[in-house]
Write a protein that binds this ligand. Structure first.
Ligand code: NAP
Length: 225
């Protein structure tokens, strides 16, 4: 199944990501990079984060996690609702397969980052050098934590510093972490090809395309050729 990635901006060193359901800063360059990385992919977010953004992110399948169906669900074409993380995974897998993407993104907030953390293989972390700030949401991940005693669980693939600028209220650094031992997810074919119980309302959107993919793939169902 597609790999799971995440993107987060947090204050350094306090790890604050939000206050009163808003971002504590404006970083235009960081937002542009977020857009570039996530465009065309499925994104999973919590109901509070969706409401803080106020609309679906364009050119992305927006999957919103909420225990009850959001009343505005049908107002937007690219918004789908998942009542639990299992359904969010299924919807993100289907959307990724249909669009030929090998990765989808978990984009917050605090609750959702925690829920999906153990499945993430890649995380883009923006450390914002804003000094001490007030906040009520955090992203508390220690990227130096060790697995099997000696090696850290995360490897740094890339790191870049950005100065304060007209577009960016504070200087920041973006680090791309990769999980040393990737988490692989598998599904039996029938899980995707058969009608899954939680997603009835989305099924029509997917059914045709999945069967087309199966026809094209023949015996070997290889989604990412
Ligand atoms: N700096 C960043 O990179 C960044 C990124 C994203 C968000 N943020 C910030 O993070 C803050 C929001 O974080 P948050 O933790 O308060 O909220 P959140 O994670 O965005 O959303 C929480 C909501 O998600 C739903 N949910 C959570 N677990 C679920 C589950 N297992 N099954 C079904 N639904 C589930 C619930 O919705 P219902 O109550 O509707 O059931 C819950 O209230 C905001 O301040 C935002 O600005 C920062």
């Amino acid at each position: 199944m597609p790999s799971v990635a995440s993107i987060v901006a947090r204050s350094y060193p306090d790890q604050i990501i939000g206050i009163e359901n808003e971002l504590p800063w404006h970083l235009g360059t960081d937002l542009q990079l977020f857009k570039k990385r996530t465009q065309g992919h499925a994104v999973i977010m919590g109901r509070k984060t969706f409401e803080s953004i106020g609309r679906p992110l364009p050119n992305r399948k927006n999957i919103i996690l909420s225990r009850s169906e959001p009343e505005y669900l049908n107002e937007y074409k690219d918004l789908v609702w998942a009542p639990n993380p299992t359904t969010a995974f299924l919807l993100a897998d289907m959307a990724s397969i249909i669009s030929g993407k090998m990765e989808f993104f978990v984009i917050g907030g605090e609750q959702i980052y925690k829920t999906f953390h153990s499945y993430l293989n890649r995380i883009f972390v923006t450390d914002v050098f804003c000094g001490p700030i007030n906040g009520d949401a955090k992203f508390e991940v220690d990227f130096d934590s060790k697995t099997r005693g000696t090696k850290s669980e995360w490897i740094i693939d890339d790191e870049e510093e950005f100065p304060k600028s007209e577009k960016d209220e504070f200087p920041f650094r973006i680090t791309e972490y990769r999980r040393r031992v990737p988490y692989h997810r598998y599904r039996v074919k029938e899980e995707l090809m058969g009608r899954a119980p939680d997603i009835d309302s989305y099924w029509e959107q997917y059914e045709l395309k999945l069967h087309q993919l199966e026809e094209d793939a023949g015996e070997q169902l290889d989604f990412f050729r």
